[in-house]
Each structure stands twice: as structure tokens, then as C-alpha cells.
Design a binder for this molecule. Sequence first.
Ligand SMILES: [Zn+2]
Length: 197
Amino acid sequence: MQLFQQIDPRIFVHRVDTRGRICYVNSAWLDFAAENDWPVTAAEVLGQPLMASISDPQLRYLYGLLMARLRDGAGPFRFPYRCDAPDCRRHMQMEMLYCHDAREIEFRSQIRGIQRRTTQDLLDARHPSDQRQIDICSSCKRVDTRHGWMELEDSVLTLRLFDCERLPRTRHCVCPGCASALDRLARSGGSTQRQQP
Ligand SMILES: [Zn+2]
């Protein structure tokens, strides 16, 4: 795997209003969505409930907890996460903060580093799939295998998913390590940064 740091100064910003609806996205946020095969306009995304974009109930709960804590005066919260593409690992940093005047919660996300890798068909939505299903953590992008949570490349070897005509469908969830880290972060008030598990 080729490893390098890519300097990308963009900050991807979206904000959520008191009703939990997306009320602002900046142009970098829209550009990043389009770069990740989600070409969406501001008109399409504004007014949508943030939670509708989070499929996993536990992750919805954890984001709801962080947002409630922000409204109670805690934070800002900063935590690492991954936003991978089939051909790279993207290490991201999220900052969540409360804008008192507007009573909105702002999400500020930045790329901290990129590692190129062999293209992983498991993350390619166009690759043919079968009835099997595997869980991928939305936060750290590790995969649940019979031998624990593993980096995607390792899980492909462990689960013998290389050179398959059809692959399991992926379901996004949150792994126990990320769930407890986000829960601890919310209850800590946001003064400490957690490490990527
Ligand atoms: Zn995780």
C-alpha cells in the first residue's frame, strides 16, 4: 500500500437546526459529496433530517447524544473517523460545535491523510453482490469477521473474498470500540480526544 499525506485544506461544513434538519452546507461539502459518487445539490439536501442519512440506529443514538450534549453546553467535540473510497483509506477529523446565536450545530470535517491501496470491490456499490451480508463500521471502516473487527483489506483475506464474482452486501453499523469511544466522548464533555481504535 502506498502511504502518503495529502494536504487538502478544505473544510467540509454542514449545520443542523433546532429541528434536526440540515440548514446549511458549504460548497466544499457539496464538492466532496460529488467526488464520492453522491452528486447532490444544496436544494436537495437542505431541509432534510440529518438522522435520515445515518442508517444505523446505534450511530443515530450516539450522534443524537453528542448533539444533545452540545445543546447543554458541552463540547466542542473532536474525533477521528474514516471516509474511505474503494482505492484509498481517508483519515478524517470531525469537529462538532454549537453556534449559540443561531442555535445550530455545526459539523466541520477535514481530511487528515490518505493512504492509497489496491481497489477494494467490497466498497464498490456497482460490484455484483449476493445474499450474504457483512457489517462495516461507519466510523473506523473495519469489518466484522468471525475473528473480530479487521481492516477491510485483512477481512478480504480472512473471509476469502478476493477474486469473487459476487460479494456480500455491506451493512453500515458502528463497532463496539467506536461506540464506546463516542459514548465516552459525549459523557466527557468533549475535553479529550479519543484515538482511532
Ligand atoms: Zn469502528
